[in-house]
Design a protein around this ligand. Structure first.
Ligand code: AMP
Length: 171
């Protein structure tokens, strides 16, 4: 399966100079999505995992799908202001700006093994922030999974955990 055929590149979105990788064409194709799911599951099955963590917002498209296939739960790491109740929040930088993400304070992640999922790894700021939030909650990040990786940005270097990506762009 050539996954790049299912990823549309949109120039200057959301800001000038960013070549946005749009996964809408992937989502609408059952075979392509199923291939992504099966590929992720092939990697995950090597680990003893308690929860899948999805990153706001496109990470959610994959996190619940994987959690369901594994028969385990998932939780959300969300942009600031999206999670109700008490949260822990951290600032981070991403390919096109600065943002903040939060995790619910009342979820128990102590000594739990967690796999992070997002659509794309760029500079690594987002996944790093997610790793830190999980570490604050005493959880253990086993690895991160992304559909796409922009390899020139070397995002993996920022992370403490390993990253597996299914499609790499070296531009
Ligand atoms: P980063 O923190 O720099 O690794 O950025 C990753 C996050 O920003 C992911 O949640 C992506 O959804 C989004 N993102 C960054 N760059 C792009 C891009 N070129 N195309 C699509 N999404 C992107």
């Amino acid at each position: 399966m050539k996954l790049k055929d299912y990823i549309e590149e949109i120039p200057d979105f959301p800001v000038k100079g960013i070549l946005f990788k749009d996964i809408s064409t992937l989502l609408i194709n059952y075979q392509a999505m199923n291939y992504v799911k099966a590929s992720f599951l092939d990697i995950i099955k090597l680990y003893d995992v308690d929860y899948i963590a999805g990153i706001d917002a496109r990470g959610f498209l994959f996190s619940t799908l994987l959690a369901d296939a594994l028969g385990i739960g998932s939780f959300m790491i969300r942009k600031e202001g999206k999670l109700p109740g008490e949260v822990i929040t951290k600032e981070y930088s991403l390919e096109y700006g600065i943002s903040k993400m939060s995790i619910k304070k009342n979820i128990n992640l102590k000594n739990k093994n967690i796999i992070l999922v997002d659509d794309l790894l760029a500079t690594g700021g987002t996944l790093k922030c997610a790793e830190e939030l999980i570490n604050i909650k005493d959880g253990n990040v086993l690895l991160s999974l992304t559909v796409i990786e922009l390899t020139k940005l070397n995002g993996y270097k920022k992370l403490n955990s390993k990253v597996y990506s299914l499609v790499k762009y070296n531009e």
